[in-house]
Structures are given as structure tokens and as C-alpha cells.
Design a protein around this ligand. Structure first.
Ligand SMILES: Cc1cc2nc3c(=O)[nH]c(=O)nc-3n(C[C@H](O)[C@H](O)[C@H](O)COP(=O)(O)OP(=O)(O)OC[C@H]3O[C@@H](n4cnc5c(N)ncnc54)[C@H](O)[C@@H]3O)c2cc1C
Length: 375
């Protein structure tokens, strides 16, 4: 197993339960990605639909558990399942040698019968290479913690995903002099819950409906629950679900952006094109003098070095097989946690972990059966 985030831990726990010996190699520590995320982060998916198999999140963690609660949960999950995690071990490359896998790490090569890659869809930060030089401070959203260092400063947040939206509101509430949100494609926005009904449930329920029907449902819900933000630079996409399928960007699950945009605490501006000293030059030609830029421009799975030579990635760099599936050129190699879903990644990770464990257990049973002797 490579990676001790939710996917690696869930897959390890389910495989162990099926009687498989598992060792997890983790370059940092358990729940590393969550340990470094911004302070105000909470799950956007509801607690009872974000549990990994075999251990539920305690009710005391609240409806939308905080980042610290998620870390606590993942650490407890690893401890309860007695998962063997070797921390500080980064896997550099996988090679198929005969019937086994060579797992290449800086500390040496480990041989394994089966390998599960669970290094995360959001493994490596992505930041476009904007032309020009910027005299101010520029950081990726992965390095943003809280608004403390931004009081009294003009900040441009680039990217209207969930991180960008939340960080913009956090900055506005935390005393930044002005918060600007640069948006290239107006995002789909849904309430995190409406009258206590989490939007995640809709994402789960609509998974098997035709695209046109989900588009209609999405547009109708937005019209009913979100005010028209066109005058503020955030028009509703005409076809929200098609937009998700095309761009694979999870909608903004609103926890404050709508109000902040309407009352002027966050101002939406055009996409960032380039820098010119202390100014950001936008796609509409305007120049904004800003002190700091936060690039909420997303992440990549970054699987190329690890498995790119095995022919198991598509042209986006994402695995072509998932969970129990195996590529014919890479038998015994699995990927968990690389599907983007509106139903919640934690929930899907749990489903994939169970599918994987069932398939591996079934194969072991088949292999253990005596070969029938022809009479
Ligand atoms: C800001 C943010 C908020 C999110 N909120 C939610 C939410 O509310 N609900 C939800 O369902 N999903 C959410 N997600 C999506 C997803 O559930 C999380 O990203 C989740 O952490 C994914 O789990 P994972 O185990 O696949 O990856 P990660 O949590 O990223 O774990 C991967 C692990 O692999 C390790 N690793 C990477 N490369 C190597 C290597 N080469 N060798 C050894 N170890 C390696 C990393 O150090 C890390 O510990 C969110 C994602 C982000 C970015």
C-alpha cells in the first residue's frame, strides 16, 4: 500500500480484515494531507457519509467535522485497525519483475505480490506559470493556514473552487483590506445543505440519472436556493452537471461566499493573465495593485514518475483502472481514491476499499483451491 491518507488506510483495513498482510509506505505521516490544510477547513460532506468502513466518526465530531477532527479520526482509524504504517518512506517507482512488484524507495527496494497506489488525487499542487514577475508574496493555497499574516493587505485569490472560495471568505473575515477573487469559469455553486438536507445526498442520488436530467435538477436547485449573482460576476453555468463532467471540478459547497460576494467583502474579478511588478493583469485588461496572491489553482495526482512507464494512465495522468480492476499489463496493481464524484470522496473510497478486499480475497480462495485431477 502506498499512502496513509483515507484511501490507503481504508484499503489496508479492509484487506487486513480479509486476511491479507498489508504494509503501508507513507512518505510523511498518517493523514499528512489533512495535517497541512488551512485552519478553517471542515468537511463539505456530512459526517455520517464520510466514514471509512469499520469505524464510524463519533457523533461529537459534529455534522461537518473540522480539519483537526478529520486528522484525529484518521489517526484513530489507523490505530484501531492496527495498520502497519512505515512513515518517512517515499515510493519512487514501481516495476513488474516476473510475477512480483519491485517497490523502489530511497531506502531500498521492497518486493510485493500486489501493490495498491493510494497517493491521492490531490497529491501535487498545481500552479500555472503566469508570465511576468510579481513584487509581492505569492503562495499556493496548500501553504495558506489562516488570515493572520494578511491583515490590512490587498489579496488576490486565484481560482473559484472550494479552497479559493473558503480562503477568500476567511481573509475577508480575518481583516484583509480587500479580497479579490479571480474567476476564469463561473463555478457551479450549491448550498452545503438546504433545510438540513445535505447537497451530497443529491450527488449520490443523481449518480445514475441521465446527464440532461441532472443538469435540469442542478439548474433548478441553483435558481431556487442561490440568488442571482450575475451582477457580481458569478453567473450560473447553464448546464452544471455537464460542466462537472467536462472539468471534473467539484461545485462550490457554499459556506459563506454567496453572502460575502453580495455584501462586497469579496469582489469577483476576471481571470489572472500575468504579472507586472506589483500589479496583477487580468483577462479583461484591468490592472490590480495587490500585496499578495494566493493561487487556489488545484492539484494533480502526479502519478507519472511512479507508474507512467506502465501504460496504466490516461492522457490526464489518471489511472485507467480503479479499485478491484487490474490493467492487463500490470496485474496485481490497484488504484484507490482517484475517481472524482459528487457523492463524496471519503464515501467512495470506502466503497472502493471494500470492492478491492472482496476481489483479492476471492482470488486467494480460488488460488488455494486444489486443482481438480482429471479422471
Ligand atoms: C481542501 C480539500 C478538502 C476536501 N474536502 C473533502 C470533503 O469534505 N469530503 C470528501 O469526501 N472529500 C474531500 N476532499 C477530497 C478527498 O477526500 C481528500 O483529498 C482525501 O484526503 C483523499 O484521500 P487519499 O487517501 O486519496 O489522498 P491523501 O489524503 O492525499 O493521502 C495520500 C497520502 O499518500 C502519501 N503519498 C503521496 N505520494 C507518496 C509516495 N510517492 N510515497 C509514499 N507516500 C506518498 C501522502 O503523503 C498522503 O499521506 C477534499 C480535498 C481537498 C484538497
Amino acid at each position: 500500500m502506498i499512502g496513509a491518507g483515507p484511501a490507503g488506510l481504508a484499503a489496508a483495513a479492509m484487506l487486513q480484515r480479509a486476511g491479507v498482510r498489508v504494509v503501508v509506505l507513507e512518505r510523511a505521516e498518517v493523514a499528512a494531507a489533512w495535517r497541512t490544510r488551512y485552519d478553517c477547513l471542515h468537511l463539505h460532506t456530512v459526517r455520517w457519509l464520510s466514514c471509512l468502513p469499520g469505524y464510524r466518526m463519533p457523533r461529537a465530531f459534529g455534522k461537518w467535522p473540522s480539519r483537526d477532527r478529520v486528522i484525529e479520526y484518521l489517526q484513530r482509524y489507523a490505530d484501531r485497525a492496527a495498520i502497519e504504517v512505515r512513515t518517512g518512506v517515499e515510493v519512487e517507482r514501481l516495476d513488474r519483475i516476473g510475477a512480483a512488484w519491485n517497490v523502489v524507495t530511497a531506502q531500498g527496494v521492497i518486493e510485493a505480490e500486489r501493490v495498491v497506489v493510494a497517493t491521492g488525487y490531490s497529491n501535487a499542487r498545481y500552479r500555472p506559470g503566469w508570465p511576468g514577475t510579481f513584487a509581492g508574496e505569492i503562495v499556493h493555497s496548500a501553504d495558506y493556514r489562516n488570515p493572520a499574516g494578511y491583515a490590512g493587505r490587498r489579496v488576490l485569490v486565484v481560482g473559484a473552487g472550494n479552497s479559493g472560495a473558503e480562503i477568500a471568505v476567511d481573509l475577508a473575515d480575518g481583516g484583509a483590506a480587500e479580497v479579490l477573487l479571480a474567476v476564469r469559469t463561473a463555478p457551479t455553486i450549491v448550498r452545503r445543505d438546504t433545510l438540513g438536507f445535505p447537497s451530497q445526498l443529491l450527488g449520490i442520488a443523481t449518480a445514475h440519472l441521465p446527464v440532461s436530467v441532472v443538469d435540469w435538477i442542478g439548474a433548478t436547485i441553483r435558481r431556487i436556493s442561490i440568488p442571482d449573482l450575475t451582477p457580481y460576476g458569478l453567473p450560473a453555468p447553464a448546464r452544471p452537471y455537464s460542466d462537472f463532467l467536462r472539468r471534473r471540478v467539484i461545485p462550490i459547497l457554499d459556506v459563506g461566499l454567496v453572502d460575502a460576494v453580495r455584501d462586497g467583502r469579496v469582489r469577483v474579478v476576471a481571470a489572472l493573465e500575468r504579472f507586472a511588478d506589483s500589479a496583477a493583469v487580468l483577462a479583461d485588461g484591468s490592472r490590480l495593485e495587490v500585496d499578495a496572491v494566493i493561487a487556489a489553482t488545484g492539484y494533480r495526482p502526479a502519478l507519472e514518475a511512479l507508474v507512467g512507464h506502465l501504460g496504466v494512465l490516461d492522457d490526464r495522468g489518471e489511472p485507467v483502472v480503479h479499485a478491484a480492476e487490474e490493467h492487463r499489463h500490470a496485474p496485481g496493481l490497484h488504484f484507490v481514491g482517484y475517481r472524482v464524484t459528487l457523492g463524496g470522496t471519503f464515501r467512495l473510497i470506502g466503497i472502493q476499499a471494500k470492492q478491492l478486499a472482496r476481489a483479492v480475497a476471492a482470488r486467494r480462495t480460488r488460488e488455494a483451491e486444489p486443482v481438480p485431477v482429471p479422471s
